[in-house]
Ligand binder design. Sequence first.
Ligand SMILES: C[S@@+](CC[C@H](N)C(=O)[O-])C[C@H]1O[C@@H](n2cnc3c(N)ncnc32)[C@H](O)[C@@H]1O
Length: 472
Amino acid sequence: MPRIATSLLKKAYTLDRLLPPLLRTTRDLQAAVNELRWLREHVESDPKKAISNELRARSKYLKRSSKEAVSNGLRILHEQLKRNPKKAISRQVVRLVRERAKGTPLQYLLGSEYFGDLELACRPGVLIPRQDTANTISHLAQLVRNPNNKLPPELRVLDLCTGSGCIPLLFGHELRKTRRDITYRMLGVDVSTKALALASDNLAAVQSAPGVSNLFSSPKNANSEAEQGEERQEEGKEGKVIANFLSANVLLSPFVAQSDEYYSTPPLFTALNRAGHPRLWDIVISNPPYISPAAYWKTTTRSVRGFEPTLALVPPPQSSAEPWSSLPWIPPPSAVQLFPRTRDGPPTQQGENGDTFYTPLLSIAALVEAKIVLLEIADAEQAVRVARLGKNMNFDGVEIWREQPDVRDGAPSSTSNSTTPEHGGNGDEEQAEGNQEERSEDTIDGIPIVGAGNARCVVFWRGVGATWLGKE
Ligand SMILES: C[S@@+](CC[C@H](N)C(=O)[O-])C[C@H]1O[C@@H](n2cnc3c(N)ncnc32)[C@H](O)[C@@H]1O
């Protein structure tokens, strides 16, 4: 990593003495200025928390004193800080700046990130939602919610590997901007208890503050686009929202018994049955762990490696998903070229390990009879491998979406998403290596590719799914 010029550090210091440590992580002065402002605003918005952190920090220094002296000292300090919290606030800002300088993602420090229009809670141990994912989910919802689409009375969306719950919450928020005529049933599935707890908190936050989302807001709170949608509805025909999260391991085949401790979380269909959830789902979405161990070291940033959960990023070895291969619709491995050649010649590093989840996910999609399947992928090579896997699985069509799937010929289409993330990016400006794919050809290996930017997901459809995506 190149060193930061002394002149830049001096300039930063003259602006604010807290900027140089932030500059170490952001590498860019304006980004450091923005982050410092957000951190200050965040601490100032909750002086009570700053005071309690200050008291906790001070109590460490009083360890050797008698219990009585400690409690008296802290009581007096508490009174002082309540009268004048400025000192507690500024010391809390310094603490957060120190954490940030060590590489802690900004979103973990601020406790939230924007995902499309939604501000969702973020906590260590759960992947921070990415803006690229939000773009594809908003685009999918915008296609599906088209008023001309004849949707079922209850549209069911199954999000496998849900993390913070960002995907089904945003999909529902976007869908219900115009389609309040149908019931929206969403189910987010994850193996991580931390993820499921955060997803439930995010759901509760959206439920209790309906003004921030169309998901649970009453028609009166809905924005103008939603109001237009309502005009098309008959009175009293408003659909419900049924939102749930479920603990299950999507790698486990429903037909093979597992005993290992990692597999103590039930397979998906066992969990669905036990909780009384439906077995059939219209749309299956997943942003699974898809980075191979080799690519993990090569392409992820220090901040991601040091602070975000590996469970969310790197799949276990392919053997974990082997039981799925015995299912009749899974092509034999020889039918799928797992290491296609890149444009430069050598086989990609991503390979098998990064692909572990896709066969189980596509198998689940087949079992639940999904009409649309959207799977996030790392790059164009993985997209091609995943598209080939699905091609053997009875879908009517497949295409690859780039990061901005709604951009056609350089300009956003009418379904463009107008969100502006407040905190911006991933909060870590260290450059990860990665091939920047230009918007170029309209097919890769014969598979249509749409939008602008890097390849970001593979979309399959069958039956009525084609109409929902505007293909017919
Ligand atoms: C890449 S993260 C995606 C999180 C979220 N959907 C998003 O887009 O931000 C992958 C998620 O898969 C979960 N996961 C990992 N292995 C799993 C498994 N075998 N079954 C179900 N979920 C799993 C992780 O806990 C993590 O939350």
